[in-house]
Design a protein around this ligand. Structure first.
Ligand SMILES: Cc1cc2nc3c(=O)[nH]c(=O)nc-3n(C[C@H](O)[C@H](O)[C@H](O)COP(=O)(O)O)c2cc1C
Length: 566
């Protein structure tokens, strides 16, 4: 026991200290007592022992920024818990460091048809193709995905399994997350941190437990307007679609996801060729569904992947080349043994994958509505006109008809602070998110300047949203508007040519802190636009090619050069 004046000092110190400070003080006093040869009382104070400061690398593989954002949140959380966290993108990660890691956490999304994001491809290939050992590695994988896709979280699954095969030890089981990932991801990382704090003593040796998915929120929208924005004589058909959908939570930059339906006539033909009664019921995912409805709304029937064709070959007893095919062609060329076998065919078909469209409206400006800009995808096969499944589905939706959708959050394509300048480069349907940005900035009175580069084939027929854009220019919402109509003159002129023409001012805006946004075709547009940006920095910033590329890379890193390309 100590005398009361001293006790008062101790009590005061305790009252004004945080848990971490108390933990430190307790350790400090115990150390001094031990030095003086004093036995420390067995009853420890009621505070958590200081976490053993581990070192953790958090590496993300992202396409649209969700994994990056989550990884940054995790790194901040780890640091708060006294753990030294290193945050790195998988495309910047030095693969030789893997064998030296103490704790390695990776957050990786799945893209394409079950593939890793482009930025994670090198890492993914390296761990799969090189036979090295990672016996010291303690790791955890969080996989981001979307349950609507047939290969849900496939890239994350592969990375988790492969690091295990190479000898790594799991500190947390694989966590697969759907599009509403925040809560699951947070809980998973909390557990993982505990494991790291206890110095890996709680390592999970067993393979991953059953997946926990929460499912996403879906909405039903009603079509208010569906008009073709292109004028007579255009080679294109771009639909402006307004959807009535109250209480939908979205932000400018987000996309709308939907599952398109198959064409009714295709379904009817498939059933006729297979000799199946359209009114037949089929048990599918725990519910009884009419076979016609199942084929129309849920299952992918066109351009089916090789793995499905291989399964069809096995069940129908046919020798079929390894190639993608549609179900109708398969049934016609390689008939089933009997119409009863169609039940087995249904079991091997995969769900229709969702499609994403950048939202062209702003919740501030178009309350209760969502607008889309959809180019009807038209192509020719064997002299026959064909349309893309989803754009055709949307283009043909009549006023008053309904369809289901969900919101795909795009945290990596957000407006900056209201007073910051933005440069938007969005030819064709790439204009969609910029209509949302401009409407939002107009409605909220944001002070930053807005500069738009738009382009298409012809001024007369393809100047999408012309009236609105010119109106925004007249009212000063758009400070600058530069357009490029590629086919109105002999020489093709594209947005990147306009950027080069206005390079001096463009560089001044960039130097002044403007953010650059690009939306539209990944190739060749976004590649050419990036080359033009580098050129602008070389020419007007007096830099070498290398340092101009570094300048653009630094803008990317600072979230001031953002892309939504497809
Ligand atoms: C073109 C495209 C293809 C996708 N393919 C898959 C897929 O095959 N499997 C899956 O689980 N998720 C798939 N997704 C969903 C993404 O993994 C999911 O949206 C994720 O949150 C994206 O994270 P990121 O922003 O870090 O890339 C796909 C998304 C897009 C845009």
């Amino acid at each position: 026991m100590i005398a009361s004046p001293k006790l008062k000092i101790v009590e005061e110190l305790i009252a004004t200290s945080t848990r971490e400070e108390l933990a430190w003080i307790s350790g400090y006093l115990a150390g001094i007592a031990a030095q003086k040869g004093v036995a420390v009382a067995p009853t420890a104070p009621d505070v958590a022992a200081p976490a053993k400061a581990g070192k953790i690398t958090i590496a993300y593989g992202t396409e649209t920024g969700n994994s990056k954002k989550l990884a940054a949140d995790f790194a901040a959380k780890a640091k708060k818990n006294g753990i030294n966290a290193k945050l790195v993108s998988l495309d910047q990660y030095r693969i030789n460091d893997l064998a030296k890691e103490e704790y390695f956490v990776t957050i990786i999304s799945t893209q394409g048809e079950g593939e890793p994001p482009a930025a994670a491809k090198k890492f993914y290939d390296h761990i799969h193709n090189n036979g090295f050992k990672l016996e010291k590695l303690k790791y955890g994988v969080l996989a981001l995905g979307d349950t609507s896709y047939p290969l849900f979280c496939k890239a994350g699954e592969d990375v988790d399994a492969q690091l295990g095969k190479l000898g790594g030890q799991r500190i947390a089981s694989l966590q697969k997350c759907d599009t509403d990932y925040e809560a699951d991801a947070d809980a998973w990382f909390g557990q993982l941190l505990q494991s790291v704090s206890s110095n890996g003593n709680e390592a999970v040796a067993a393979p991953a437990p059953p997946v926990k998915t929460t499912g996403k929120k879906t909405y039903t929208g009603t079509i208010l307007t569906n008009i073709d924005l292109n004028d007579r004589g255009s080679a294109k058909e771009t639909h402006h679609i307004e959807i009535d959908a109250a209480d939908v939570d979205y932000l400018p930059g987000d996309a709308l996801g939907l599952i398109p339906h198959n064409d009714e006539s295709l379904v009817a033909e498939i059933l006729a060729v297979a000799g199946v009664d359209a009114s037949k019921m089929h048990a599918y995912k725990g519910e009884e569904v009419g076979v016609s409805d199942l084929l129309r709304r849920r299952l992918n029937l066109i351009h089916m992947p090789e793995r499905v064709v291989a399964k069809y070959a096995a069940l129908s007893g046919n020798n079929i080349p390894e190639t993608r095919m549609g179900l109708l062609d398969l049934l016609k060329i390689y008939p089933l043994k009997s119409s009863d076998q169609f039940r087995e065919v249904i079991e091997i078909l995969e769900p229709i994958a969702p499609r994403l469209y950048s939202i062209a409206s702003s919740p501030e400006a178009h309350s209760g509505e969502i607008h889309l800009t959809v180019a009807r995808d038209k192509f020719c096969i064997n002299g026959e006109d064909k349309f893309g499944l989803c754009s055709d589905f949307l283009a043909r939706l009549q006023e008053g008809s309904t369809f289901d959708f969900y919101i795909h959050k795009n945290g990596a394509f957000r407006l900056p602070e209201p007073e910051k300048d933005i440069i938007m480069i969005g030819p064709g349907t790439g204009i969609a998110p910029f209509r949302s940005f401009l409407a939002h900035r107009d409605a909220t009175g944001a002070g930053g300047r807005n500069w738009l580069f738009f382009g298409d084939q012809h001024f007369v027929s393809d100047f999408l949203y012309q009236t609105e854009l010119l109106n925004w220019f007249d009212t000063g919402v758009l400070s600058k508007l530069n357009v490029a109509f590629s086919r109105d003159q002999k020489e093709k002129i594209y947005v990147q040519h306009r950027m080069l023409q206005h390079g001096k001012e463009l560089f001044e805006w960039m130097e002044g802190g403007a953010s650059v946004y690009v939306c539209g075709a990944k190739e060749p547009m976004s590649v050419d636009v990036e080359a033009a940006l580098v050129q602008v920095v070389i020419q007007h910033g007096g830099k070498t090619k290398e340092s101009a590329e570094a300048y653009i890379a630094a803008m990317k890193e600072a979230d001031r050069y953002l892309k939504d390309v497809y």
